[in-house]
Design a protein around this ligand. Structure first.
Ligand code: AMP
Ligand code: GLY
Length: 423
């Protein structure tokens, strides 16, 4: 089978490494992938948002199955376009990807179907929004409606920040057209849990839970990033919480999407907060999370491609999806200075013994050498029988990966270990 994976980050590398385990796979194309994946896939220099070119490539190469991994092409209808030429895909069609593509859509969906989430107001003009934030409870959360590279969320701890957020999103269009509507939301507290799930629109199978570490520096200090590391499973996500989430959030969401005529097939990501009033949805993503995928997929014991194809064929009820009992930790190695200014172009060396545990996100081949070409350069994952050992092993492996100005947090998993010790 010839497989095409659209996307080019650490998440896609983790998907590719897992798909490679399937014996029927003869070739994997990464569109565009990155230089760090060159040993695992054939790189195709087509942008992940260039849907006409992706379709043309799939047709010419007679691709048997496509995995569309990032949010942008999903929201833009990449799956619809590939299906139209007969290429089966993993991922939702555009009419379902809107669950991530529009925060206004997802908030209204949750309100309509009674799915627990933060209280909110929607605004499509700055004046009304500014009037509202003058008196609303603080802290408050201001969110651009559309995709904003994960940066369209501002937690305003002071009223002035909320006013500035509204102005920068709606008036200065800091996130472009994605900010022509905003959601102003109640500030929630509690541990956060990421739950990725497989769904074919009929059944929903949650994967092992995980925890992201979004801030740049140790102790959850510094700026928000695309994710500095992950652990799985998330100790806050107990069996009782999982049961409540299934009943109140996961199944109702799948049913709500069906009722709206927007059946969701693929990976639906639930970003949850375990508040004192129970679990609530912070956000939906229409795809695998990054860097959650880099800890979740290494724990998957079932064949990923078989599971993916079962979501496409609506046979997930007959498919076994089994996860290992152990734990995983992924430490993201970034360029010092990220998410602000950083330097690129330094050679990356990865010892052979850890090669299989490295998921490359921001790198390219230059004169045959792998050099860093992004803020988040790569993730290093270890799997072990317990979380403490996985964390130790991941940090040990990081010593086998080198590039100038490498930076990584030293406390990935520390909060989870504390939670485990307290229980
Ligand atoms: P997002 O980009 O939607 O993942 O949001 C980024 C982060 O903002 C989340 O991971 C939460 O930590 C935080 N956040 C989003 N919405 C809320 C909320 N209503 N209350 C508290 N924190 C929030
Ligand atoms: N890790 C959060 C995301 O993928 O959006």
């Amino acid at each position: 089978m010839k497989i095409m994976v659209v996307g080019g980050g650490g998440r896609e590398h983790a998907i590719i490494k897992k798909i490679k385990e399937n014996k029927n796979v003869t070739e994997i194309f990464a569109v565009p992938g990155n230089g760090g994946m060159a040993k695992d896939a054939t790189l195709v220099p087509i942008g992940a948002k260039d849907i006409p070119a992706i379709v043309e490539f799939a047709k010419n190469e007679k691709i048997d199955y496509a995995v569309v991994a990032p949010d942008d092409p999903l929201v833009l209808g990449c799956v619809d376009a590939l299906e139209a030429i007969g290429v089966p895909c993993f991922g939702p069609r555009a009419n379902a990807a809107i669950i991530e593509g529009s925060k206004v859509f997802s908030k209204n969906l949750m309100k309509k179907y009674g799915i627990p989430t933060a209280g909110y107001e929607v605004f499509d003009n700055a004046e009304a929004a500014l009037e509202y934030v003058k008196t609303c409870p603080i802290p408050t959360v201001v969110k651009a409606d559309g995709l904003a590279l994960g940066k369209g969320v501002i937690i305003a701890t002071e009223r002035e920040m909320a006013v500035d957020a509204v102005k920068s999103i709606m008036e200065d269009k800091k996130f472009g057209e994605s900010g022509s509507r905003i959601v102003v939301e109640e500030f929630l507290t509690g541990p956060e849990v990421s739950v990725l799930s497989f769904t074919d629109g009929k059944v929903v199978i949650p994967m092992v839970s995980s925890m992201d570490h979004k801030r740049a520096l140790d102790g959850d200090e510094g700026l928000n990033t695309g994710g500095m590391g992950t652990i799985a499973p998330n100790p806050y996500y107990t069996e009782a919480v999982a049961k409540e989430c299934m009943e109140k959030i996961f199944l109702p969401t799948i049913e709500a999407m069906n009722k709206e005529g927007r059946t969701f097939k693929g990976c639906l990501y639930f970003g949850l907060m375990l508040t004192p009033d129970g679990p609530k949805v912070i956000e939906y993503n229409c795809r695998f999370g990054d860097p959650e995928t880099q800890v979740v997929l290494p724990l998957l014991e079932s064949d990923l491609l078989d599971v993916m194809m079962a979501t496409t064929n609506e046979t997930l009820d007959k498919c076994e999806v089994r996860f290992a009992n152990g734990a995983a930790c992924c430490v993201v190695m970034a360029s010092r200075g990220y998410p602000e200014k950083y330097e690129s172009g330094y050679e990356i060396t990865i010892d052979d013994e850890v090669f299989d545990s490295v998921y490359v996100a921001g790198a390219k081949l230059s004169d045959g050498k792998l050099v860093n070409a992004g803020g988040r350069v790569l993730g290093v994952t270890a799997v072990a029988s317990d979380l403490g050992s996985a964390i130790k092993a991941a940090y040990k492996k990081c010593e086998k990966v080198k590039f100038e100005n490498a930076y990584y947090r030293s406390d990935i998993g520390a909060k989870a270990m504390k939670a485990l010790e307290e229980n």
